[in-house]
Design a binder for this molecule. Structure first.
Ligand SMILES: [Zn+2]
Length: 212
């Protein structure tokens, strides 16, 4: 069994000239390993505990906590999960033990036959995406801020303005992830389904970038 449950949809809205309200999508993977991806802000621990409870899971039942990157709204409650291995961007650790994994050479990190973590730099230089094959054979990419939200497919300024440390790499990784996924859970919006049209749009944007 392997299921993906989005516990909270992320969001981001401008609330003033230099101010925004934002929180990340928080996702549970239930299977041979229980995994939580992106743990919201430090003020959300109760929300996470009760959402897990609704799926009969306690924090100590989580085997891996994955933060797609190190920004504060994606790591806020990692310390709820003290039995879990922690993957924050390219960094893999348990307690004070750190494990070297060559994400920087493009190598994926396999959790089990259904769950792997792949390097997808761009938003930060050490972003990762979690690829899940569910029981009904659907591939879900939990992509963090590689995708800000669905609307950023047609309006790239949305992900560019959300901050990109390497826009060219991010564009390539957006297209690569969309090519393999059926659904995407973006960093700051509800999950959406990938269509052939979306794949073509992302490829075209990449082509425009390399020509310019
Ligand atoms: Zn974010």
């Amino acid at each position: 069994m392997c299921e993906v449950k989005v516990l909270y949809d992320g969001y981001s809205v401008m609330t003033g000239k230099d101010q925004m309200s934002a929180n990340c999508s928080c996702t549970l993977i239930k299977g041979d390993h229980n995994v939580i991806v992106d743990t919201m802000t430090a003020w959300d621990s109760q929300k996470i505990i009760s959402a897990l409870e609704a799926h009969n899971i306690r924090p100590e039942n989580i085997n891996y906590v994955i933060s797609t990157h190190g920004h504060s709204d994606h790591i806020g409650n990692n310390n709820l999960f003290l039995k879990a291995k922690h993957i924050v961007g390219f960094s893999v650790s348990f307690q004070d033990e750190y494990y070297t994994h060559p994400f920087d050479k493009g190598e994926e990190y396999k959790i089990d036959d259904n769950i792997k973590v792949i390097p997808t730099p761009g938003h930060t230089l050490s972003d990762v995406t979690v690829i899940v094959k569910t029981t009904d054979d659907v591939t879900v990419a939990i992509a963090g801020d590689l995708f800000e939200r669905f609307e950023d497919i047609d309006n790239p300024s949305l992900w560019l303005e959300a901050g990109s440390e390497d826009p060219v790499q991010q564009m390539k990784n957006r297209s690569k992830v969309a090519d393999t996924a059926d659904w995407i859970v973006p960093g700051h919006g509800p999950k959406f389904q990938i269509t052939e049209e979306i794949r073509r749009t992302l490829k075209k944007q990449m082509g425009e970038e390399t020509r310019s």
